[in-house]
Design a protein around this ligand. Structure first.
Ligand SMILES: [Fe+2]
Length: 213
């Protein structure tokens, strides 16, 4: 049985709930023991030459995304017409901002530079959330269509963190980061349902799905 097959078996058992997270980590650690140096590291659907290379590239990418998120949510707060969600949006903007600072600090610790730039999707997000011509309810529906199931959306992030074996400081940083992101995403979904109703969210999901086919 080769190593990749064994790993997939363990991952499958973990996803199916057959083994706990602790058992998953123990099994994968045993599998990777004395084997992590010089092997490629798969993270977020991409292969990297090492765990360190993956961490640096992905932290930099997340940093750029969070910086864009901070701008997007800050601009939304400035335009927001719906009192009951304004401070929640402000909280999310602050979270995005401190995520940037912590990612920058960790990249500095690792002797890495910040090079990643805002993506096209990030630019579209900022454009929409900062628009005075799009209502708060529509902005919430738009975000709900991007991540209708936050747990599913952040699963690759969780897998990336769980697969880190050497850099435990970054793994713990990512663990807290993901909890923040889930909290923000779930709150946005609840706000969307409260202001638009669940039926509207379902329609928005269908429309967003059909936009890709
Ligand atoms: Fe974020």
């Amino acid at each position: 049985m080769n190593r990749d097959f064994e790993f997939r078996q363990i991952l499958r058992a973990y996803r199916a709930g057959i083994i706990s997270e602790e058992a998953f980590e123990r099994e994968t650690a045993a599998l990777c023991a004395n084997d992590s140096v010089g092997r490629e590291f798969i993270a977020m659907g991409q292969a990297y030459p090492s765990e360190r290379a993956a961490i640096i590239a992905i932290l930099d990418r997340f940093r750029a995304g969070e910086a864009n998120g901070r701008v997007a949510f800050t601009k939304w707060v400035e335009q927001c017409q719906t009192e009951c969600i304004r401070s929640g949006l402000r909280m999310i903007a602050e979270r995005e901002g401190y995520h940037v600072r912590v990612f920058e600090a960790r990249l500095r610790d690792l002797g890495a530079e910040c090079n990643a730039e805002t993506t096209e999707a990030g630019r579209r997000l900022t454009e929409r959330l900062s628009s005075p011509n799009i209502s708060d309810k529509e902005k919430l529906l738009y975000l709900a269509s991007l991540a209708p199931n936050p747990e599913e959306f952040f699963r690759p992030f969780c897998e990336f963190a769980a697969n880190i074996k050497d850099d435990l400081e970054t793994r713990e940083l990512l663990d807290l980061y993901i909890q923040d992101e889930l909290s923000s995403a779930n709150w946005l979904l609840r706000a969307c349902a409260a202001l638009n109703g669940d039926a509207q969210i379902a329609v928005s999901r269908d429309n967003s799905a059909s936009a890709f086919v």
